[in-house]
Design a protein around this ligand. Structure first.
Ligand SMILES: [Zn+2]
Length: 321
């Protein structure tokens, strides 16, 4: 087995592991803090060190998930909100030089979605949509085993579609964006706005007001909290309905901290999907919970390393014999 390493790079921590199969990795996971404040060169160097540590030497190939829009074909990161200096950064070349092996880079949500397709909720699916709802909303679209990346590498931003013409802005400043009402941040902001208008709720005076606190209040029967979740679910469902009409997926997986509130979201999402989606593609699409949780990022990076470099590394090993 060639030494292929997956790296999950986050704003606060780095995880690296060596592949033991197409979607599996060794028990030993190398973890370290991301030296984000020290700039891109320090972050790349920490990733290279983690990869060498995980591989027990120079790896035969690395795939890394990076939290920001990037072009996997050119190997360039356009921006990464939690990694200062990651702007127009040739991350693939830098990591390849630092680690001494070929490197593939990809958006972290895309790799998490690839993991869910290869080893989670989307197994066996031909057209798969992954939606991860946490602080923001990210996603991935996998068609016949291929990640949809688009002309610039930035496709599958399923959280940034219009939800209304005058709704709250999302984290990127788009007015009326799905993320503005259905992300954790959006849900908390919508609840805060209603509380600010003086609506009666058990959430009055609660701090910090988070999506999970609001979810608990909704389960306890608080009308404001229930409405905020219902609005989020309807917006999600309508956008999924549109995706069903455009892509005809056979599965849509919900992941992330907010996405895992299945009892509050799934039934109203299904109802709202039916408002928009045509009947036949809707009937052929299953909606469910992502299975890999916070492991998806690392599973996806490992799986992508095997997919990108597995054949090449095996061939070189055979030729060397
Ligand atoms: Zn947006």
């Amino acid at each position: 087995m060639p030494r292929l390493v997956g790296i999950d790079l986050g704003g606060t921590s780095i995880r690296a592991a060596v592949a033991t199969g197409p979607t599996t990795y060794a028990d030993r996971v190398v973890r370290c803090l991301t030296p984000a404040a020290d700039g891109p060169a320090a972050v790349i160097s920490a990733c290279a060190a983690a990869a060498r540590d995980a591989a027990g030497g120079t790896p035969d190939g690395i795939a890394i998930g990076i939290p920001g829009p990037l072009d996997p074909v050119r190997g360039v990161v356009f921006a990464a909100p939690h990694l200062p200096g990651f702007e127009s950064l040739p991350a693939r070349e830098m990591l390849s030089e630092a680690a001494g092996c070929p490197v593939a880079i990809h958006n972290d949500s895309n790799l998490a979605g690839y993991a869910e397709w290869a080893a989670g909720m989307g197994r066996g699916s031909r057209t798969f949509v992954f939606v991860i709802i946490g602080t923001g909303i990210g996603g991935a679209v996998i068609i016949d085993g291929t990640l949809l990346v688009g002309a610039a590498g930035t496709a599958a931003e399923v959280g940034h579609v219009p939800s209304s013409s005058d709704g709250p802005v999302c984290g990127q400043g788009h007015p009326g964006c799905l993320e503005g009402v259905a992300s954790g941040t959006g849900i908390a902001r919508c609840a805060a706005a209603a509380l600010g208008r003086g609506e009666r709720s058990r959430l009055q005076g609660v701090a910090p007001l988070t999506a999970s606190v609001i979810a608990e209040a909704a389960r306890g029967g608080d009308p404001l909290a229930q409405r905020v979740y219902a609005d989020a679910a309807r917006a999600l469902g309508r956008s999924f309905g549109a995706l069903i009409n455009i892509l005809g997926p056979d599965a849509i997986a919900l992941g992330g901290g907010v996405g895992s509130q299945a009892d509050l979201l799934e039934a109203p999402i299904r109802a709202a999907m039916a408002e928009i989606a045509f009947e036949t593609p809707l009937r052929n699409c299953r909606l469910g919970q992502a299975k890999l949780g916070s492991d998806a990022g690392l599973v996806g990076a490992v799986a992508w390393a095997v997919r990108s470099f597995g054949h090449q590394a095996s061939r070189e090993a055979a030729e060397a014999v």
